[in-house]
Design a protein around this ligand. Structure first.
Ligand code: GDP
Length: 357
């Protein structure tokens, strides 16, 4: 693990959403963003490039009685916006998974499907802690929707018949998790989240159960990842390329998730490339322009620096051969050669890993 002797702050855990196609990954991310916005407070969420930052205060506003914000000192959750396990499996950080924690979305009626199994295999291989979102509870026949409510409260409002139909589906999923080698239970029955996977029944459509999901993610991160979240905020930035994109006026840019340290405008960086590591100097760090200012022509605004964890678009010369999934490293006060070697070593590790699959 990293040497955290200079650690002086806790970063936001990075969350990925995985699951079978059509089981509701995109809807869930939209709902989380939408509910956070309708929470109303200014700065309820921050839209980054490729990610959404939900601060603890917003989560605790949504979760109501489920959360006591005093129990937490992690700053919130950073959701990677691109759902799906293909992106997840190529997104690495120092040999591990880029995401610190994952949500596996399973349609409560469909149960496990081929891509659910694939996702589980990836989570197991990378040792990523996860929770299961048993989605679409509102499609249970006779369901009486309870917009945005905690799930147990919502379940109390259902008929015996609806409740028992949902229960049957939930136990089916718990059984499938057990067949896959994970002992699981409804999250409120789980006492040791290191031994058991929590299942959160929810609806990405009505938002019921979404407060519970955020609470469980926050709780898991706080309890089991706090040490890994301790970073040197002023250290040289480290990140992973999500996507290489041409932007008018900037040329090839890299959408990057920064998981350690800080990246500043003007920094020299080393980026994994198709043939060899690219050494270049940052011309601009870009974030989406806030919604209120969307009428201006410019889509992005320039920022001076970004600290982990964050998503950011990096504009710099020579990025056209950069690769999605590749490492990004700020050189700062080290030698360029040393950092190039580091990036090469990490790329080799990624290749070995993909060859294994
Ligand atoms: P993805 O492929 O996993 O990203 O799935 P989507 O988010 O695109 O959802 C697939 C379909 O399921 C869409 O038509 C959604 O509107 C619908 N859907 C997703 N979540 C829910 C839910 O909780 N309840 C209901 N009734 N429909 C949902």
């Amino acid at each position: 693990m990293t040497d955290h002797t200079h650690a002086d702050t806790l970063r936001t855990p990075i969350v990925a959403v995985l699951g079978h196609v059509d089981h509701g990954k995109t809807s869930l991310l939209d709902k989380i963003r939408g509910s956070a916005v309708s929470e109303g407070e200014a700065g309820a969420i921050t839209q980054h490039i490729g990610a959404t930052d939900i601060p603890l205060s917003t989560i605790s506003g949504m979760a109501g009685e489920l959360i006591d914000p005093d129990d937490f000192d992690l700053p919130g959750l950073l959701f990677i916006d691109t759902p799906g396990h293909h992106s997840f499996s190529t997104l690495r950080a120092r040999g591990g998974a880029l995401a610190d924690i994952a949500v596996l979305v399973v349609d409560v009626n469909d149960g496990f499907q081929p891509q659910t199994e694939e996702a589980i295999d990836i989570l197991r291989r990378t040792g990523t802690p996860f929770v299961v979102a048993a989605n679409k509870v509102d499609t249970t026949p006779g369901w009486n929707p309870q917009e945005g409510e905690p799930i147990q409260r919502s379940m109390e409002a259902q008929s015996e018949r609806a409740k028992s139909m949902l229960d049957e589906n939930l136990y089916e999923i718990i059984g499938q998790l057990s067949d896959a080698g994970f002992s699981a239970d409804l999250y409120w029955r789980v006492q040791d989240f290191q031994k058991n996977i929590g299942v959160v029944p929810l609806s990405a459509l009505t938002g019921e159960g979404v407060p519970d999901l955020l609470t469980v993610l926050m709780g898991l991160s706080q309890r089991f990842m706090k040490e890994e979240m301790a970073i040197d905020v002023a250290g040289p930035g480290e990140g992973t390329v999500l996507e290489v994109k041409d932007e008018r006026g900037f040329g090839a840019t890299i959408d990057t998730v920064v998981y350690d340290g800080v990246i500043r405008n003007g920094d020299t960086i080393v980026v994994g490339g198709q043939n060899e590591p690219i050494v270049t100097e940052i011309r601009a760090l870009l974030q989406p322009r806030p919604l209120a200012e969307i009428r201006t022509e410019k889509q992005f605004e320039k920022v001076a620096e970004v600290g982990a964890a964050a998503g950011v678009k990096i504009a710099a010369p020579d990025l056209d051969k950069a690769m999605a999934g590749a490492p990004v490293r700020v050189v700062r006060d080290r030698s360029v050669d040393e950092v190039v070697e580091e990036v090469k070593a990490e790329l080799a590790e990624i290749e070995v890993d993909t060859a294994d699959n």
